[in-house]
Ligand binder design. Structure first.
Ligand SMILES: Nc1ncnc2c1ncn2[C@@H]1O[C@H](COP(=O)(O)OP(=O)(O)OP(=O)(O)O)[C@@H](O)[C@H]1O
Length: 275
């Protein structure tokens, strides 16, 4: 094992996924992708619509089983596990979605408790304690008895984050978590994700088409085009030239943000004009 592999929490090795289409043809959605995702990082998957980002994300927890290649998470080769052990290993991988996927007829408390009660080993008291902790982490303690319909989009996504966190996963997969939210709400959800990464050390993999989200949140990013990773880089690395169209667009967005921040800093430092 080399040092990159040993520092990686998630290792995808030459994973491929082919879908059968209704007309009898096949479609190669992911083509022999290898990725090393460092422990404790926030890793972005970006690309055009249909590039294969969501499929790649779903290969990490085997929601999609790869046709070939291996998926190792936390040292465990998920592709080699029997069903019962895979169910156990998945407790280590939380997931959130664009449309939140909350149970509408259940309270916030019941939604967050759901993954804990699935495995029948915990007492009611333990579950209640863990739910309270997770709701406090996402700042929604006072909404425990509410129903999803009574919450804003950002609050719903934070309930989904609390639910994903409840079994204490080391990894959180996020599929376009802010695409259904406005700018202000997006900011609060990104803040919550950042806190989870920093306070709990949870490794986050996020699919997004929003470059501003990558800029605000991610340490590293992989650009996906037609089922392949065409480029991967550290978001803060401005010196290595970007090759892909999206990589270049992200560099422009970063420059724009940088200029804006410098201008704001100058304004703040300048002596106030007298009236
Ligand atoms: N179950 C499936 N059966 C057939 N084709 C599929 C299936 N799931 C995904 N695809 C196809 O695979 C390709 C990649 O889909 P995927 O959802 O991974 O892309 P994406 O990059 O996440 O796109 P978007 O940003 O639009 O969600 C698409 O062309 C899609 O139509």
């Amino acid at each position: 094992m080399n040092s990159l592999e040993s520092a990686s929490l998630i290792v995808l090795d030459a994973v491929s996924k082919r879908f059968d289409l209704p007309d009898g043809r096949t479609f190669d959605a992911v083509k022999s992708v290898s990725l090393h995702i460092p422990a404790g990082s926030i890793f972005g998957l970006i690309g055009q619509s249909g590039a294969g980002k969501s499929t790649l994300l779903r290969l990490i927890n085997l929601l999609e089983r790869p046709d070939s290649g291996s998926v190792v998470v936390d040292g465990q080769d998920l592709t080699a596990l029997p069903k019962s052990q895979l169910r156990q290993a998945r407790q280590n991988i939380g997931m959130i979605f664009q449309q939140f996927n909350l149970m509408q007829n259940a309270t916030v408390f019941e939604n967050v408790a759901f993954p804990l009660s699935l495995h029948g080993k915990r007492s009611k008291k333990e579950i209640a304690q863990r739910v309270a902790e997770c709701l406090a982490l996402v700042g929604l303690s006072e909404k425990s008895g509410s129903y999803p319909a009574q919450l804003s989009g950002g609050q719903k996504q934070r309930v989904a984050i609390a639910r994903a966190l409840a079994p204490r996963p080391h990894v959180m997969l996020c599929d376009e978590p802010t695409s259904a939210l406005d700018t202000g709400t997006t900011r609060t959800v990104l803040q919550t994700l950042r806190e989870i990464n920093q306070k709990l050390g949870v490794t986050i993999v996020i699919v997004t088409h929003e470059l501003s989200v990558v800029q605000a949140l991610c340490d590293r990013v992989a650009v996906v085009e037609a089922g392949e990773v065409v480029e991967e880089f550290a978001v803060a690395d401005a010196s290595t030239p970007r090759r892909s169209v999206l990589g270049k667009e992200l560099a422009v967005e970063q420059q724009r943000q940088h200029i804006l921040q410098e201008w704001e800093a100058q304004q703040a430092a300048a002596p106030q004009a007298s009236h």
